[in-house]
Design a binder for this molecule. Structure first.
Ligand SMILES: [Mn+2]
Length: 397
């Protein structure tokens, strides 16, 4: 461990920073215009875990995999032990459980806010099964993403739908084990393009509060309007003890699901900074699940996930270098230039030498991407899965 106190803080942060990767990041995905298949894409739950295991093996910071119940648990609860087995086999754990109440035909007009009580019941039933799956897999978080909303003015009773959401989330919360949490994600538009039932962090916060004490808000960085100040939302949620987790990704136009930090790394840094500043000020660790939610249509999936994890780690490490005590003093005195420089100096610091040293001390490769490329894993899966992926086709027709 280095002797300088700032470097020591950075080192300690490297020991604790972990980020969860999504199983769906390893399968073929696309845009609404079609899919481009990759010969090495995962074609089964087992293959997704195998690939995720590679990311953790080479980075050392991605020990858990978020799962999607409809896609990864073909037999629902009955698949839980099998999936747990895959996780153990490939050296990772099962992370957040993501229900799917948006793909089946019954959800055409919504799930928990569908005017049809039978559909609302079906959605509740599915979430309840997901809670049970989480108990079996030892997953703490049930991560709720809803596409509920409407696409034309006047077609939905927005107030009534809010009530149905309160009811549904309260019932879902009542099924949790004491160690479990519900995370409520929000998004202002898409796929509904007139109104979304949980459109922003304020709505997610009110619904989470209505659900119960273990419901928190999940911030997906791509789910905001273009100019929105995401780190301010983060600070407000922290001060309300309502920030449960993140879905990280980057964007240029809308919800582009680009690689974290590829467009605006300073924004990710500012988010991490606000969290670390909160921790310094309060003396307690913020209980936040850091997760990736990205879709890599063009880049190699495993390589891109390694790139993402490495970038997240670097930006988090930079944020630990902010001198909080000095910053607090400068803020108090309204020394604007010097206060801003506190952030800029930390952001400009090259943390890679310390991270390399940390990796050496943990027996991890200094360059995760190069180590993965040298391992031959990609060549092997491309030849094993190539045919299957080719026949998968890229059309939705
Ligand atoms: Mn998300």
């Amino acid at each position: 461990m280095p002797k300088d106190p700032r470097a020591e803080a950075l080192w300690k942060s490297l020991d604790t920073f972990r980020i969860e990767i999504p199983s769906w990041g390893f399968a073929n995905t696309g845009t609404r215009f079609g899919k481009f298949t990759q010969p090495g894409a995962a074609t089964s739950t087992q293959e997704k875990f195998s690939d995720a295991g590679q990311v953790h093996h080479f980075t050392g910071i991605c020990p858990t995999v978020a799962v999607h119940v409809l896609w990864d648990f073909p037999e629902g609860l009955k698949s839980a032990n099998e999936v747990k087995g895959y996780a153990a086999k490939y050296g990772v754990g099962v992370g957040a459980i993501n229900p799917n109440v948006f793909e089946a035909q019954i959800y055409k007009y919504g799930s928990l806010a569908n005017p049809n009580p039978e559909v609302r019941q079906a959605a509740l039933q599915h979430i309840s099964e997901c809670v049970e799956i989480g108990k079996q897999t030892g997953s703490r978080d049930i991560s709720l993403w809803f596409t509920d909303g409407s696409s034309y003015p006047g077609t939905a009773n927005i107030r009534q739908r809010k009530k149905w959401f309160e009811e549904g989330l309260r019932k879902s919360h009542s099924q949790l084990a004491p160690s479990q949490r519900l995370l409520v994600e929000y998004k202002p538009f898409e796929p509904a393009v007139y109104h979304t039932d949980i459109a922003d962090w304020g709505m997610a916060l009110l619904l989470a509060r209505a659900a119960g004490p273990r419901a928190k808000v999940l911030v997906d960085t791509g789910h905001h309007y273009q100019a929105q100040n995401i780190e301010q939302i983060v600070t407000w949620l922290l001060s309300e003890d309502m920030l449960g987790g993140f879905h990280f990704n980057d964007r240029r136009y809308a919800d582009d699901d680009l690689t974290l930090g590829s467009i605006d790394p300073y924004q990710v840094f500012r988010i991490f900074h606000e969290i670390l500043y909160f921790e310094w000020e309060t003396g307690r660790r913020a209980d936040i699940a850091y997760m990736i939610d990205q879709s890599h249509n063009l880049k190699g999936k495993i390589e891109e996930m390694i790139q993402t994890a490495v970038t997240a780690q670097e930006l988090y490490a930079k944020a630990t270098l902010v001198d909080h005590e000095r910053l607090a003093g400068l803020q108090q005195k309204c020394e604007l230039v010097d206060a801003e420089e506190c952030l800029k100096q930390a952001f400009a610091t090259d943390v890679r030498p310390v991270i390399r040293e940390w990796k050496r001390s943990k027996g991890l490769p200094e360059d995760a991407l190069a180590a993965f490329r040298g391992s031959g894993y990609l060549q092997r899966i491309e030849s094993e899965r190539g045919e299957k992926n080719q026949s998968a086709g890229g059309s939705y027709a």
